[in-house]
Design a protein around this ligand. Structure first.
Ligand SMILES: [Cu+2]
Length: 117
């Protein structure tokens, strides 16, 4: 099936990507640190993760539970709902060394921390 209404959006995205490449957008050029995390039985696994300072961070949160969770952190300034049995990708700006706590906003007993050094 064709989706003619999607065409202009696709073209726009392609143009933005091409522009970013031509100008060497720093956010894209800089290698992000990937932080894989699982969420199961209402808890983060592991509950403490690490990332290097001064690099963008990409959380990959795999929600193994049968209900949605919301990955949230005030210090990281992020919040994202991750549906049941799916993965959420959360991009975070480059960080200074420190401890950044996160939690599930739907279940505040579920807590974890990102240690940046
Ligand atoms: Cu929230």
């Amino acid at each position: 099936m064709s989706h003619p209404t999607l065409m202009p959006i696709r073209l726009t995205l392609a143009a933005i990507c091409a522009t970013a490449l031509l100008h060497g957008a720093p956010a894209l050029a800089q290698q992000a640190a990937e932080v894989p995390l699982s969420y199961s039985n209402g808890a983060f696994q592991p509950s403490e993760v690490r990332a290097p300072a001064d690099k963008p961070v990409v959380f990959r949160v795999k929600n193994l539970d049968a209900k949605a969770m919301e990955f949230e952190s005030k210090s990281l300034r992020v919040e994202k709902v991750v549906a049941a049995k799916s993965e959420g990708v959360i991009n975070v700006r480059p960080l200074k060394p420190g401890r950044y706590e996160f939690y599930d906003d739907f279940n505040e007993k579920a807590r974890g921390a990102l240690i940046v050094q």
